[in-house]
Design a protein around this ligand. Structure first.
Ligand code: FES
Length: 154
């Protein structure tokens, strides 16, 4: 049988765990590492509530098996704030522009946006809309989400 996963690099620290390599990253983050900012929405890679960064790239953690993550660096919403604890510019912009209603989608939205801005610090509006296609907001706050990402980029 496949070897257990005993270590993951999350938010800059090496975290000890004991997981089946087939377990999803989302399940391990939430249930073993107490990082519950990443949300379970669909479990099928369709809603984006579970979005994290893996080596700086946005990914749906519900679709990723922890056994594939040796040596990879994972960032969750909990690790996005600066070392001083101040909010990340995206977090501040979402707050300032009230880019949420129920806010269940917000951590995933922010992580998807963080992946975009890392790749493209000054995206056009069309590029923001394109990059956010994998993230669903059932409250329909898309206009404010795009505005918040534009503010953070500016
Ligand atoms: Fe992962 Fe919906 S919970 S995409």
């Amino acid at each position: 049988s496949a070897r257990r996963v005993t270590e993951l690099k999350v938010n800059g620290a090496s975290r000890a765990l004991d997981a089946d390599p087939e377990a999803t990253l989302l399940g391990v983050l939430r249930d073993q590492l107490d990082l519950t900012g990443s949300k379970y929405g669909c479990g099928e890679g369709k809603c984006g509530a579970c979005t994290v960064l893996i080596d700086g790239q946005a990914a749906h953690s519900c679709r990723i098996k922890v056994g594939t993550l040796a040596g990879r660096s994972i960032t969750t919403i909990e690790g996005l704030a600066g070392p001083s604890g101040g909010l990340h510019t995206l977090q501040q912009a979402f707050l300032d522009l009230e880019a949420f209603q129920c806010a269940y989608c917000t951590p995933g939205m922010i992580m998807a946006a963080a992946g975009l801005l890392r790749e493209k610090p000054e995206p056009a509006e069309s590029e923001i809309v394109e990059a956010m296609q994998g993230n669903v907001c059932r409250c329909g706050t898309y206009t404010r989400i795009v505005a918040a990402i534009r503010r953070a980029a500016g």
